[in-house]
Design a protein around this ligand. Structure first.
Ligand code: MEV
Length: 312
């Protein structure tokens, strides 16, 4: 687990927060059903060094509202560890606001940097434990009442089974390879989650049926991952996409993108994260690099990655 650049001391260094993709169970996880999520190699780096006071230098390109929210979240997390005298500078190497866990990556990178600055004598494992509640505290400022799957995956940097605040590492005997593609701009996770909550409160029975079915699909997917059954896993991704669509969490852009991934050879494809009017989509492939070339030539922003399993 890459907690810190090996060249760093705890008075200065670089802490990493990974981006994530949700393979199964987004949204249902907010209602207590399980989710499966994997960490991306892309993420956010928090460069930190001693300073006169505790401060955050935000990345370029944020609007006033985003900036205020980020400073508020950082301030709350820093208070948890007594406002260590450190300056943290963020560098994002992940599409922001696309459904790939950028806010969790920011939260985890900041929380790790603050933990390392506040407790320089400690080891990696202890910093991780200290960083977890700080990252959740930041996520609450960004999202209101998050399930915790995003920052847990970002922090653990592995394939996770997540349910009701408990996380468990999953192993796959087969290489779990994805193509991640962008399918248009989207609204914030907070507003998509809130709109779904309004519909759920209006029609609770109908939503309970859909969430239960997503939960069953996620449990079956765990079995498929542990058995290395990629064909079944792909099929279940398609089913999960259908259920997200029934919850009105997809859009024209997302649906078109998901179909494009399937015609490019995906064993299964779905939106990932909050969805709504746009965001990111994922396709399960045996060889995502070939599809990546084809889609890039069509002007689709995408990248291949492996979440788990043996690497060749
Ligand atoms: C967002 O990445 C995942 C959601 O399930 C929200 C959450 O789990 O808090 C949509």
């Amino acid at each position: 687990m890459s907690l810190v650049d090996p060249a760093s001391s705890a008075h200065s260094g670089v802490a990493f927060g990974a981006g994530k993709v949700i393979l199964f169970g987004e949204h249902a996880v907010v209602y207590g059903y399980p989710a499966i999520a994997g960490a991306l190699p892309l993420g956010v780096q928090a460069h930190f060094e001693r300073a006169e006071r505790c401060q955050l230098l935000a990345p370029q390109g944020l609007n006033e509202k985003q900036l205020a929210l980020l400073q508020q979240a950082f301030g709350k997390a820093a208070e948890v560890v007594g406002l260590p005298k450190v300056c943290v500078r963020l560098e994002a190497r992940l599409p922001m606001g696309a459904g790939l866990g950028s806010s969790a990556a920011v939260s985890v990178a900041c929380a790790k940097a603050l933990a390392m600055a506040a407790f320089p004598g400690e080891e990696g494992g202890a910093w991780l434990e200290r960083a977890a509640p700080m990252a959740l505290c930041m996520e609450r400022v960004f999202h209101g009442n998050p399930s915790g799957v995003d920052h847990s995956t970002s922090l653990r940097e592995t394939l996770l089974w997540f349910c009701k605040g408990q996380a468990e590492k999953l192993s796959s005997p087969a290489p779990l390879k994805l193509l991640v593609a962008m399918a248009g701009k989207r609204s914030s996770t907070k507003s998509t989650v809130e709109k779904l909550r309004e519909r759920q409160e209006k029609w609770p029975k109908h939503h309970a049926r859909l969430f239960e079915e997503i939960g069953r699909c996620t449990e079956e997917a765990r079995g498929a991952i542990e058995a290395g059954d990629l064909a079944l896993l792909g099929e279940l991704m398609n089913v999960n996409q259908g259920l997200l669509s029934a919850l009105q969490l997809d859009s024209e852009n997302l649906t078109r993108g998901v179909h494009r991934l399937r015609t490019a050879g995906a064993l299964g494809a779905k939106l990932t994260g909050a969805g709504g009017d746009g965001g990111a989509i994922i396709g399960l492939f045996e060889n995502p690099e070939a599809a990546e070339k084809v889609l890039r030539a069509e002007g689709i922003e995408c990248f291949a990655c492996q979440l788990a399993g043996p690497r060749s």
